[in-house]
Design a protein around this ligand. Structure first.
Ligand SMILES: [Zn+2]
Length: 295
């Protein structure tokens, strides 16, 4: 098999990693409860149709069960998240819940791995960012550091709004809802936590963070190269503006003297956010092949 074939096979796997089929045609008698049935599982007690005599295959299956390595296990979920993130998220949104572990469980498991690896490599030592005269910012940054799952989630959740507005006329997963947008970002949090961990070990791997956002959004929403790139870039600017806005409001509560100056300062990110979201929404709607879909 040459490289071209290997890539083609990988691309096919990315889109359809597994087929579900009834491998047990005809009716069988359940070995556990004696019920007569057709299909893969007994409808009365839930036993697998293949369970009966103990074979070498049952031995292998038992070991995998002990290690919790079925299709919804953490290693297989992470494997899919790293190699086909957008397709996996798309399947989950479209109701295919048996394809992976629930996203929040995955996120907290990744956070545990994150803390353990950071401890092993001694990377959790104090590198506190001290902002002069801003104890609130110090508290926020140390809270983010000490709660990797919640911290990463609060950072990626800022992407919900720009993603929801700029990608709603996308060729794939059109008109996704706000709760769906939130679930997309929970998946992204796990992925970003892995990227953050890797870039703590090797700083140049920081490049994975924008790269994975690009790959995921391209697979998930189906825009081509430029369509994905400019929308994601716009999302990034909105993300940065919202974070700036939150930081400014925090500063405002600390410093009573310059309230009016801060209020004027807050106008800038607000203007940037509304201009980008309105323009992006308008362009996406105009260029959408499914413009007839009302909001
Ligand atoms: Zn049964």
């Amino acid at each position: 098999m040459n490289l071209k074939e290997a890539i083609a096979r990988f691309r096919t796997w990315q889109k359809t990693p597994r087929q579900y089929s009834d491998q047990n045609l005809g009716s069988h008698c359940c070995a556990n409860c004696g019920h007569e049935f057709t299909g893969n599982y007994c409808p009365i007690c839930g036993q697998n149709a293949n369970d009966g005599r103990i074979t070498w295959r049952s031995v292998g299956q038992s070991i995998l069960n002990v290690l919790n390595m079925d299709s919804r296990s953490l290693p297989i979920t992470l494997w899919q998240l790293l190699l086909r993130p957008g397709y996996l998220i798309g399947e989950f949104l479209n109701g295919r819940r048996r394809v992976c572990q629930p996203p929040l469980n995955t996120l907290f498991a990744v956070a545990v791995i994150y803390v353990i690896v950071m401890n092993i490599f001694g990377l959790d030592s104090d590198t506190d960012i001290t902002v002069q005269g801003a104890p609130v910012m110090e508290q926020v940054s140390s809270w983010l550091k000490n709660h990797p799952a919640w911290g990463m989630m609060s950072v990626t959740m800022v992407m919900i709004l720009p993603t929801w507005i700029l990608f709603r006329f996308a060729p794939r997963n059109t008109n996704h809802s706000l709760p769906e947008s939130a679930f997309i970002q929970i998946f992204m949090s796990s992925l970003m936590l892995i990227c953050a961990l890797l870039s703590n070990l090797l700083p140049w791997l920081f490049i994975l963070i924008p790269l994975y956002y690009y790959v995921t959004y391209r697979q998930l929403f189906g825009y081509k190269f430029w369509g994905t790139l400019w929308r994601l870039f716009a999302c990034g600017i909105v993300w940065f503006s919202i974070i700036t806005l939150i930081a400014m409001v925090m500063f405002m509560f600390e410093d009573d003297n310059n309230k009016s100056a801060f209020l004027i300062g807050c106008m800038f990110p607000l203007i940037i956010i509304s201009v980008i979201l309105t323009t992006g929404y308008w362009i996406s709607k105009k260029t959408s092949p499914t413009t007839t879909n009302s909001l």
